[in-house]
Design a protein around this ligand. Structure first.
Ligand code: IPM
Ligand code: MG
Length: 370
């Protein structure tokens, strides 16, 4: 049995609380036969800035490079509002994504039956929802140069961000979209703004070409990203896999997350290309929610998105589909039993704490495992 090395980067705000519950799940798995996970932890975000003056230290980056997978909590908070832009907590996250070349960000939005009434949409619109947003994660306006604020001769300032995509960057994310679609509903919707952006024109062209030459068995549709956002809240079940750029993916995945009832439910996986020699991908798993400083340290946070991110890690990095099913099944069991944290509690329903939710999930795993 091989040992898998996991680097935990809990980060700021509720990050450490939800990571602790994920550690509980890992401990339980380590107690079962057939699993061996070795974990270590380091700082990222504001907590790393406080300790080292950087949003991530070189030694934490080295550990991330060497790990089989990284589990990431959340970063940021008002405490660091005034730190220099290059050292802001989010810079640690962006550096990890870029240096590990994690270009493919998988953000599934699944509606658990027990939560259909927590969504702001009518239950029939979201019951049974199972869609996947595939966000390009290392290109576009997040990283394009120039990216600056300059002072003009007349004293006015001018800010520039650059939306930039190359053929290769679009091709590789398109391939991931089609490959994943083949394992699910076999449909891809590509979203861009080709009506106003050159990068949208190229995106549309390249996705169409990859489809035509390699994946014509998959159904492909194109949508302008604004219309796509509207369709996501109108009738989300029309989608299977949505592939889109870094910025549109950021926005559309928050919309998709809320369809499911709470941002506290949504996991994500960020994957690199498979290594030519070993076939292994660099990978980082993180909840879609942020650091929620307003509820940090109060035991109110929902650890499900972080624990479900571990399930994605088991599936995508370690090929342990059964263990992933066990974790995901236990989450569904707990919700079906009416065990909820405050963010997903219906009116009048009692909310459990972060730790109680983690314990309940581990207990449900034990039950399922028999
Ligand atoms: C996300 C977050 C990040 C992003 C922030 C924290 C930099 O919103 O992962 O969706 O914009 O990508
Ligand atoms: Mg976001």
């Amino acid at each position: 049995m091989s040992t898998h090395k996991i680097l935990m980067l809990p980060g700021d705000g509720i990050g450490p609380e939800v990571m602790a519950e994920t550690g509980r799940v890992i401990d339980w798995l380590n107690g079962q036969t057939g699993h061996s996970f070795e974990t270590e932890s380091d700082l990222v975000g504001g907590s790393a800035y406080d300790a080292h003056g950087e949003a991530i230290s070189e030694s934490a980056m080295d550990k991330a490079m060497a790990a089989d997978a990284v589990l990431f909590g959340a970063v940021g908070g008002p405490k660091w509002d005034a730190v220099p832009y290059e050292k802001r907590p989010e810079a640690g996250l962006l550096r990890l994504r870029k240096d590990l070349d994690l270009f493919a960000n998988l953000r599934p939005a699944i509606c658990y039956p027990a939560l259909a009434s927590s969504s702001s949409l009518r239950p029939e619109v979201i019951e049974g929802l199972d869609i996947l947003i595939l966000r390009e994660l290392t290109g576009g306006v997040y990283f394009g140069e120039p990216k600056e604020i300059v002072t003009l001769e007349n004293g006015e300032k001018r800010a520039v961000d650059t939306q930039l995509y190359t053929t290769h960057e679009i091709e590789r994310i398109a391939r991931v979209a089609f490959e994943i679609a083949r394992t699910r509903g076999n449909r891809v919707t590509s979203m861009e703004k080709r009506n106003v952006m050159r990068s949208g024109v190229l995106w549309h062209e390249v996705v169409s070409a990859v489809h035509k030459s390699e994946y014509s068995d998959v159904k492909l549709d194109h949508m302008l990203a604004d219309a796509g956002g509207m369709q996501l809240v109108r009738w989300p079940k029309q989608f299977d896999v949505i592939v889109t750029d870094n910025l549109f993916g950021d926005m559309l995945s928050d919309v998709a997350a809320m369809l499911t009832g709470s941002l506290g439910m949504l996991p994500s996986a960020s994957l690199g290309a498979p290594d030519e020699a070993t076939g292994k991908r660099k990978a980082m798993y993180e909840p879609v929610h942020g650091s929620a400083p307003d509820i940090a340290g109060q035991g109110k946070a929902n650890p499900i998105a972080m624990i479900a991110s571990l399930a994605m890690c088991l599936r995508y990095s370690f090929g342990q589909g059964e263990a992933a099913d066990l974790v995901e099944g236990a989450i569904a069991d707990v919700l079906a039993d009416g065990i909820v944290t405050a963010d997903i509690a219906a009116k009048g329903q009692n909310a459990v704490s972060t730790g109680e939710m983690g314990q309940a999930i581990v207990k449900a795993m034990g039950k399922r495992a028999g």
